[in-house]
Design a protein around this ligand. Structure first.
Ligand code: OVV
Length: 407
């Protein structure tokens, strides 16, 4: 958010503690733990002068602010830009960047397409794809976990589930990274993403057209809602775009982060082999421990408060989900990766009316993959240095060299 005369989000005499950091420095994005700790210790809400924004990172305040859609809206953007003051980089999402009542209608259509019932019909396909990929990788002495597994699995199963006729793996993965970098401040990372947006975004928009989708996928279900008069067909295209914005890079990151967690914590892989039913709770712990979406923002749409500090209309509030997921007051021993933790209430899927609408399908994909791996893979060992890929909103790996040892 750039400072615009007359739109200073805070008065100079605000009592909110000042926290003078750049949450988007390369150093912090590569290793966010120290920033998370310092943010929680600086106060229940802090002012970050560099961007003139507020931030929350303690569990209670992060959860409360993130789910309070009446005071803290999404329609002014969930990143640094305030859509009331600046033109969004793409037509805003009609489910993410919107408030009730408009949100209610689109959310209902997406909830239905992504319901547990629909996900159950996809599970056999997820399992078969996981078996094929894992069997092939077990023939290799080493794998590159990001490309060979984390990207390979969702880009096989998800476009198929959506019913896409056109599949460009690179564009699908890169679009997610562009969308997430766009959430950040106007830094080099965001500018590089914006350079690629016309080409990749153009391909994505074209792939969302009704005639580029089969008649039996999640995309067709959304277009069926248009036929039923619940939404327009333009809106259906926009909701298919939401599948592609939020459904690929997120699950790619979830898998990469899961492989990283297990490669670093072999006793936890042993625990999964011991009890494969822990596949689902293990994924929840991966989410809590690595927070793939590390930060999304909200905008105060009226004068309000956080933790009894006044917050003026127009203030952007960074909700640092990664910090909330590592709050010792909530989790006790947050630095320990334990697949039997069952971290109910973690913030990795958000909370409230905007909580991840795709969480069932994400869990289904991870359950299928981790269950197949638990049947076939005895050990997951590092085969070189894991390298993180800094992004303004997502904590993802760039490279993860691994050895998979067959059972
Ligand atoms: C990155 C992201 C998350 C959730 C929803 C969307 C995008 C969207 O485009 O609707």
């Amino acid at each position: 958010m750039r400072l615009i005369e007359g739109h200073r989000p805070l008065t100079p005499d605000s009592a909110i503690p000042v926290f003078d950091v750049d949450p988007y420095s390369e150093e912090t994005l590569l290793d966010p733990g120290p920033f998370y700790t310092a943010l929680r210790e600086a106060g229940p809400v802090v002012f970050i002068p560099r961007y003139s924004v507020l931030a929350v990172g303690r569990y209670e305040e992060t959860r409360k602010t993130f789910s309070d859609h009446e005071n803290f809206v999404s329609s002014r953007g969930i990143g640094m830009d305030d859509f009331k003051l600046e033109k969004p980089w793409r037509p805003p999402s009609i489910i993410l960047e919107v408030d009730p009542p408009d949100h209610t209608k689109t959310r209902k259509v997406m909830s239905k397409a992504l319901s547990p019932k629909v996900v159950r019909t996809l599970m056999d396909d997820f399992t078969a794809a996981a078996e094929a990929i894992v069997d092939r990788l077990l023939q290799q002495s080493e794998i590159e976990g990001v490309v060979d597994l984390a990207e390979a699995f969702p880009t096989t199963v998800f476009p198929k589930a959506v019913g896409m006729k056109d599949v460009n793996t690179r564009h699908l993965v890169d679009y997610g990274a562009i969308v997430f970098n766009a959430v950040g401040p106007d830094n080099a990372r965001r500018r590089a993403a914006m350079q690629r947006a016309p080409e990749v975004g153009g391909w994505i928009t074209a792939a969302c057209a009704r005639d580029r989708l089969t008649e039996d996928g999640l995309g067709a279900m959304v277009y069926a809602a248009a036929d039923a008069g619940e939404i327009t067909s333009e809106e259906a295209g926009m909701l298919v775009r939401s599948f592609l914005s939020a459904g690929v890079d997120t699950t790619v990151t979830g898998i990469g982060n899961a492989l990283w967690c297990f490669s670093q914590n072999p006793s936890q892989w042993d625990a999964l082999l011991e009890d494969p039913k822990l596949a689902r709770p293990a994924f929840e712990e991966v989410l809590r421990y690595t927070s793939p979406v590390h930060t999304f923002a909200r905008t105060a749409n009226l004068d309000t408060e956080i933790a009894d500090y006044p917050v003026p209309e127009g203030a952007k509030v960074l909700c640092v989900l990664g910090a909330a997921n590592m709050d010792p007051d909530k989790w006790g021993d947050p630095e320990v990766f334990r697949i039997d933790r069952r971290p109910v209430g973690h913030m990795a899927f958000g909370a409230g009316i905007h909580g991840c609408v795709g969480q069932n399908i994400a869990r289904g994909e991870l359950e299928a993959l981790l269950s197949v791996m638990a049947r076939k893979v005895a050990r997951i060992e590092p085969a070189g240095e894991a390298v993180w890929r800094p992004n303004n909103a997502i904590r993802a790996l760039d490279r993860l060299p691994l050895k998979l040892i067959a059972k």
